[in-house]
Design a protein around this ligand. Structure first.
Ligand code: NAG
Ligand code: NAG
Ligand code: NAG
Ligand code: NAG
Ligand code: NAG
Ligand code: NAG
Ligand code: NAG
Ligand code: NAG
Ligand code: NAG
Length: 888
């Protein structure tokens, strides 16, 4: 089934090996600062400073105390090779999940299963396909975000999954063209931070470890992987470097990951790209300093699939798990596995570091409620839907029942319908076009309203744009159990209303379309879309990232054609981000515009609920709709500017609405905007200053790295050989064992084993002594210095339904930090006030924390509140802010 993935993976293997043998290097000098000049400009290359040693777990971390104790009890019994087994995947397609690590049979622990995706269980059947993260964010509803996470977690648990590979805060959405923006939430750190935290709590409450990804700077698909880019004909030798300054990192891209860590996330996935010219999965600044040091992350870091670039360096830089374990898919060799065993034996990686890896993995396992010996068996297979097949797919051995077709859906369809409806954004509504009320003659036009002729799962990983767009493409997708098309749902509704109903489910039937929509009294709904996805699939020339921001399949022409003939044309857009609507949005004949996002399996039903008013829309656009692609000020890099592509985030924190506000441009629809069938007024802003202790930078020292093991690591290579001649060795499988005790070099198979370069270790990388706490970190609380979350002000405002129907409203609070380099305003709070009846007033309340009012100070490496005057604004969108007050 993932045949495309396969082919590209194979080409990746060749490409990387030929282009740069050093990519296989485990040598420490690759870690941080190889100071090359930029090929073209001669400017200094962005540099990621080193940070060592890698922080070890804190037994007293809030929420992790019991997990730590259980992990310690378990890990203290483990041998070196058992620990290595936990840290290293068994190889691509070695087992049933997209990634699995080795098991620990002696202690009764079965293999942990890592499975995509952020919208449901991937590559199986009888699972649900949830609304995309981006569309869920458009609900601005914490309860729904939590409920979605819980339901997805329940489905993963039912299939025997240990770690759900989601949710996503990277990409955040630096450029609207970014192919995977829909997998995440919004180009705003607060909306994304709240969304990722609620999703994580939901997933983990279901007993499944959540994996916040991709850490960090993974803002585009182009040049994320060398082999993939070479397959598309680009001449690069290293993956793209996202060059991000420290302030932007803290105030924008790291922010939601702080919320993820604070929510107790058990796993984080490091990304393919480099950050300041150091690979994400061996970047000590990102993993050791920011994630584990400053944020106090207690769980484990796993690589993205084939993002592992080195053995020793990555271990010392804070990586805990290699996925899927082999250097490149199906190479049969690994930077870890045998190599990790050897590196601990030869003392390059200290024992406390491998203990810490095992502790972090087991602590996450226990934290979400697992117990050893009672894991739900993996009951599906990612590589086939056949009932019987080889359990070791790559090797083709172990014939048995591999798919039990367990139905894990519960009644999640109801929830998915609700989320998609509540995430639908009404962008325009004139002449009371909506809600529909038994229209006499309803006409639906467009291929985006109908089915894919090949079925809802007809294109592998949804890698095409045929029929209605209910899920975008890539590993972040899942198989539909069914998909309700807009045509099917609208027709059923029309028939029950006694309407006349006709649809043309194609964009390219001008003659019949014109004849139909010109008929008297027609209400026409035109469906259009714009798709994107992950880089390994190319759809119509879009290698993941979108080539443009216009509608696909001549959608603009279709809308213009229909609206020139029909004075009641309603437009429905399914898309993975903003599209350009200038050519038609203000036509008087376009009476309504609805953004229905990426809705998932209940697409048509959710839409009917909104169009007919059973759900009064209150979704808000989680991104800005600009007048041109240039108006965003950011874009994806399409042509590499070097063999080591350098993407400078020179815009700093000014992405999406922050950019439009700074450059004083009027967008078509601003971030946070969305209409309702009723109206609301805002009044009575109250600001109350709360008493809180002053901020204290954290001081003091951690404990020294604990040695968890009770037995010493033997230096006799013969102790690490495969158990015995009858051991059921699986071809291409990654093991912790040595296949020879002749020499370590022979066992490693690395031609450069033990060379002088390998003896270079970054200063302090193996130091297990007590380390100073970072000022911005906390001694016990994950997420950074706990004082950052102290409430400094409470703001309330009254929101009154001034219309004639009941509805939800999404009040938003923005702050201005007041400095010359600060955005004019930034979202800091929101709520979804539910079911306000006509005349009813609800109270919007936001607790403003110290973090909300702080800037990252690069000099002190801490958050500070500047002396500039702070202002709060409250209203219904980033540009409709009738209430404001300065903070004393
Ligand atoms: C490592 O994991 C493999 C695969 O699950 C298993 O066969 C092997 O026995 C494990 N080795 C140890 C030392 O636990
Ligand atoms: C790739 O670019 C380098 C440097 O510009 C050049 O030397 C090399 O020939 C190119 N390789 C290919 C296959 O085009
Ligand atoms: C150990 O890692 C090196 C690369 O550093 C690789 O060439 C070798 O094949 C690996 N050995 C094993 C047994 O996986
Ligand atoms: C230690 O083992 C690792 C893993 O095989 C290897 O890469 C490295 O060269 C070895 N270092 C020394 C100093 O022998
Ligand atoms: C589906 O989409 C692909 C391109 O993504 C196109 O080549 C193919 O013709 C489409 N099939 C149908 C039946 O529309
Ligand atoms: C729209 O066209 C219909 C005829 O199809 C006509 O009856 C109606 O008055 C027109 N409405 C407006 C607002 O022009
Ligand atoms: C934008 O990209 C889509 C999808 O590749 C394509 O259908 C459309 O024609 C492009 N638009 C323009 C203006 O090139
Ligand atoms: C609006 O629709 C009517 C038909 O109802 C048509 O005569 C008119 O030209 C259209 N106006 C625009 C601006 O497209
Ligand atoms: C190594 O650690 C010592 C204190 O333990 C510190 O003084 C020194 O600056 C560190 N070196 C580097 C390069 O970080």
């Amino acid at each position: 089934m993932p045949s495309l993935f396969w082919l590209l993976a194979a080409s990746a293997a060749l490409g990387v090996a030929k282009a740069n043998p050093l990519q296989f290097s485990h040598r420490a000098r690759d870690v941080d600062a190889h100071l090359q000049k930029r090929a073209s400009s001669g400017e200094p290359e962005a540099v990621s400073p080193p940070f060592y040693p890698s922080p070890w777990m804190n037994p007293n971390a809030d929420g992790w105390e019991n997990a730590y104790a259980q992990a310690k009890q378990f890990v203290s019994q483990m041998t070196l090779m058992e620990k290595v087994n936990l840290t290293t995947g068994v190889g691509w397609e070695g087992e049933q999940c997209v990634g699995q690590v080795g098991s620990v049979p002696r202690l009764g622990l079965t293999s942990m299963c890592m499975q995509d995706s952020p919208v449901g269980v991937r590559d199986t059947d009888f699972n649900s396909v949830f609304t995309s993260g981006q569309t869920a964010a458009a609900t601005f509803d914490r309860q729904l975000l939590y409920a979605r996470g819980l339901a997805m977690g329940q489905e993963h648990r039912g299939k025997g999954v240990t770690v759900q590979l989601g949710p996503v805060a990277g990409p955040l959405g630096r450029a609207p063209e970014g192919g995977r923006n829909w997998e995440g939430f919004a180009p705003d750190p607060v909306l994304t931070g709240v969304s990722i935290a609620e999703t994580i709590k939901g997933i983990q409450d279901a007993g499944v470890i959540a994996c916040a990804k991709h850490f960090i700077g993974n803002e585009q698909e182009h040049f994320r992987q060398v082999g993939e880019a070479q397959g598309y004909g680009y001449n690069i030798t290293q993956t793209l470097s996202a060059n991000i300054d420290d302030k932007t990192m803290h105030e924008m891209y790291l922010w939601p990951f702080a919320d993820a860590v604070r929510a107790g996330v058990g796993a984080v996935m490091c990304s393919y790209n480099q950050i300041n010219n150091s690979y994400a999965c061996q970047n000590s600044k990102m993993l050791n300093n920011l994630l584990k040091g400053e944020l106090g992350f207690q769980g484990f870091v796993m690589t993205d699939w084939q993002a592992h670039q080195s053995g020793v360096s990555s271990a010392l830089a804070g990586l805990d798990m290699s996925m899927p374990g082999d250097t490149v898919f199906n190479s049969g060799v690994s930077y870890w596995g045998t190599n990790l065993t050897l590196a601990v034996i030869n003392g390059t990686i200290p024992e406390w570091r491998i203990d810490d890896m095992a502790m972090r993995i087991m602590a996450a396992f226990f934290k979400v409620g697992n117990t050893v010996g009672s894991q739900i068996p993996i009951n599906f297979d990612s590589w086939t839907l056949d009932t019987y097949g080889p359990v070791h797919w790559a090797a083709g051995v172990g014939q048995q029942q591999i798919n039990h077709h367990v139905d894990v859906r519960g009644d999640h369809g109801t929830l998915i319908r609700e989320i998609a409806a509540k995430g639908t954004v009404l962008l325009k509504n004139t002449n009371n076009a909506l809600p529909l009320n038994k229209p006499r003659f309803l006409v639906v036009i467009g291929d985006d309203a109908g089915p894919n002729p090949d079925g809802p799962n007809g294109c592998s990983d949804r890698g095409c744009d045929n029929g209605t767009l209910a899920m975008a493409w890539g590993s972040g997708s899942a198989n539909f159990p069914y998909m309700v098309t807009p045509d099917a749902a609208l027709q059923a509704k029309a028939i029950s209303d006694g309407s006349s109903y006709q649809s043309i489910l194609a964009n390219n039937r001008p003659t019949t379309t014109e004849a139909l929509v010109s008929q008297d009294g027609v209400t026409a709904i035109v469906f259009v879309n714009a798709d994107s996805g992950e880089g390994y699939i190319n759809v119509a020339g879009n290698e993941g990232d979108r080539l443009n921001l216009t509608l696909w399949h001549d959608g603009d022409a279709l809308i213009k054609n229909v609206s020139s003939l029909c004075n009641n044309t309603i437009v429905v857009i399914h898309s993975t981000g903003p599209v350009l609507v200038n050519e038609w949005y203000d036509s008087p004949n376009v009476t309504a515009i609805v953004w229905a996002g990426i809705p998932g399996q209940e697409s048509g039903n959710s839409l009917v609920d909104v169009l007919y008013g059973d759900v009064n829309p209150a979704g808000r656009t989680p991104f800005t709709w600009g007048a041109s692609r240039e108006s965003y000020g950011t874009d994806v890099m399409y042509e590499p500017n070097s063999q080591l592509p350098q993407l400078d985030f020179t815009e700093g924190v000014f992405i999406d609405y922050r950019h439009f506000d700074k450059t004083n441009q009027t967008p078509v629809y601003e971030f946070g905007y969305g209409l309702s069938y009723t109206t609301f007024s805002y009044s009575n802003l109250q600001v109350v200053k709360t008493s809180s202790a002053p901020y204290t930078p954290t001081e003091g020292y951690t404990e020294a790295a604990p040695v968890i093991s009770t037995s010493n690591v033997s230096s006799n290579l013969a102790d690490y050989l495969f158990p015995n001649a009858s051991f059921p060795y699986v071809w291409q499988y990654i093991y912790p064992y040595l296949n020879t005790s002749k020499s370590a070099k022979a066992a490693s198979g690395d031609l450069h084993y033990g060379e002088p370069n390998d003896k270079y270790l970054p200063p302090n990388a193996t130091d297990g002594s007590a380390q100073p706490y970072l000022a911005a970190a906390d001694k016990v609380a994950p997420g950074g210095n706990a004082a950052l979350y102290d409430v400094l002000y409470t703001v309330t405002a009254d929101v009154t339904n001034t219309g004639s129907v009941t509805g939800d409203e999404v009040p938003q609070l923005y702050v201005s930090l007041g400095g010359p380099d600060d955005p004019p305003k930034q979202l800091r709070g929101f709520d979804r006030l539910r079911d306000l009846a006509p005349g009813q007033t609800g109270v919007f309340e936001v607790a403003i924390t110290r973090r909300d009012l702080s800037n990252w100070d690069t000099a002190s490496q801490d958050w500070i509140i500047s002396n500039y005057t702070k202002t709060v604004y409250v209203g219904s969108s980033s540009r409709k802010l009738p209430l404001s007050a300065t903070l004393a």
